[in-house]
Ligand binder design. Sequence first.
Ligand SMILES: CC(C)(COP(=O)(O)OP(=O)(O)OC[C@H]1O[C@@H](n2cnc3c(N)ncnc32)[C@H](O)[C@@H]1OP(=O)(O)O)[C@@H](O)C(=O)NCCC(=O)NCCS
Length: 163
Amino acid sequence: MIDIVPMTAEHADGVLRIYQQGLDGGHASFETAAPTWAAFDESRLPAHRFVALDPDGTLLGWVAVTRVSPRPAYAGVVEHSVYVDPAAQGRGAGRALLRALIASTEAAGIWTIQSGVFPENEASLALHAAAGFRTIGVRERVGRHHGAWRDVLLLERRSPVVV
Ligand SMILES: CC(C)(COP(=O)(O)OP(=O)(O)OC[C@H]1O[C@@H](n2cnc3c(N)ncnc32)[C@H](O)[C@@H]1OP(=O)(O)O)[C@@H](O)C(=O)NCCC(=O)NCCS
């Protein structure tokens, strides 16, 4: 069993450790170093961040969102990140975290969740497809990662219930 609970400051060390592990894997993000907790905390919306816990309290993964724009037209559009400890992958934590995020954002009237995913990140693409995300398209050579240009797939899930 995996518990999904709101992320708080007590989870900071585990969240940033798992974030760094994902970055070190090379296919999670253009970032190469996890931020400080203060920077993470300031940029992620407090109402839509969760952690996955084992019954013994071990932190397995997390999900969080940022706003994509200050413009009122995009008030219901957020961009998310989801990271699961490599030792805990394949057990349903990612799916459970996305399910919790979709529920909390829809309850708050947020209509679109988007994310950029490297084409090589097969696990993330499969997870998001299973959760109802569609691929908008390929952003070609949109950024440099360790000196090399990389494509990014833009994914989004438009809520069917926020109308
Ligand atoms: C992507 C990630 C979050 C998936 O988390 P997870 O807990 O391992 O995923 P789950 O166990 O919940 O799997 C849910 C679904 O995702 C897909 N999936 C997960 N891992 C997969 C893999 N290695 N290959 C193919 N599909 C995979 C499957 O469809 C799976 O459903 P199934 O078990 O019924 O087949 C995890 O691999 C991760 O943290 N990767 C590093 C960080 C990262 O890349 N984050 C995403 C940035 S865009």
